[in-house]
Design a protein around this ligand. Structure first.
Ligand SMILES: Cc1ncc(COP(=O)(O)O)c(C=O)c1O
Length: 217
């Protein structure tokens, strides 16, 4: 949904994992793009003991900060899992692409990566604001404090289906929220990604959506 898990819920989840002897996979795939407040600590850091052991496997990716075709990501593991995971990684991916990994490491050490992420954060903040402006204050949006999408809740599945179809006829790809639910009847709505669009494109597609929503209301 694009919301940020609160500190209280992070702590409750860690407590539950400990009591049930379970793992948490923390898929922190887009938190570099945080616009409003200071970042909350990852559960991995909250849960790890001094020796690094804890119930959280922290997963990150360079797909959002760089580009998806890079196929580079990382995991921060409790020490007990490093050996088994390394063996699984070798079997599955042959340890990946060393040249790309080394090039990215150099980009990071030289400060280029941090500058790139900071520049993109400003750009994506502008694009999100552009989307908010064009949809207007009367349109409720969920999320947006971090990440690269917001969610626009709708009242009915039928409304969602018709809106997605009408948009497709105009060459606008709207992602239906209900498709992301495992339950057959998930919350209807739209998942609006704004990262991979120009402000002119957001104004054009968002303008159409805003007019359509006004008519529905
Ligand atoms: C929930 C989630 N996790 C992780 C990723 C990143 O996946 P990958 O690193 O395989 O590109 C994505 C990409 O869209 C995602 O939606």
């Amino acid at each position: 949904m694009g919301a940020t898990l609160s500190m209280a819920r992070r702590l409750a989840l860690i407590d539950r994992a400990r009591r049930r002897d379970a793992w948490i996979i923390e898929d922190d795939y887009d938190s570099e793009f945080r616009y409003a407040s200071a970042p909350l600590s990852a559960m991995q850091g909250l849960a790890a003991r001094a020796d690094g052991e804890g119930p959280v496997l922290y997963v990150g990716t360079f797909s959002k900060t760089m580009y998806p075709g890079l196929r580079l990501g990382y995991v921060v593991l409790p020490p007990a899992l490093v050996g088994p995971m390394r063996r699984a990684n070798v079997r599955q991916f042959r340890e990946g692409d060393y040249v790309l990994q080394a090039a990215l490491a150099e980009f990071m050490h030289g400060g280029g990566y941090a500058r790139h992420v900071a520049r993109m954060r400003r750009l994506y903040a502008r694009r999100q604001q552009c989307l908010r402006d064009v949809l207007g204050t009367g349109t409720r949006l969920i999320g947006g404090a971090a990440g690269l999408h917001v969610v626009l809740p709708l009242d009915t599945r039928d409304g969602e289906r018709r809106l997605v179809a009408a948009a497709a006829e105009r060459g606008i790809a709207l992602a239906p929220l209900s498709g992301y639910f495992m339950r057959p009847r998930g919350q209807p709505g739209l998942v609006l990604g704004y990262a991979n669009a120009t402000e002119a494109g957001i104004e054009r597609a968002g303008g159409w959506l805003a007019r359509r929503l006004r008519r529905l209301r």
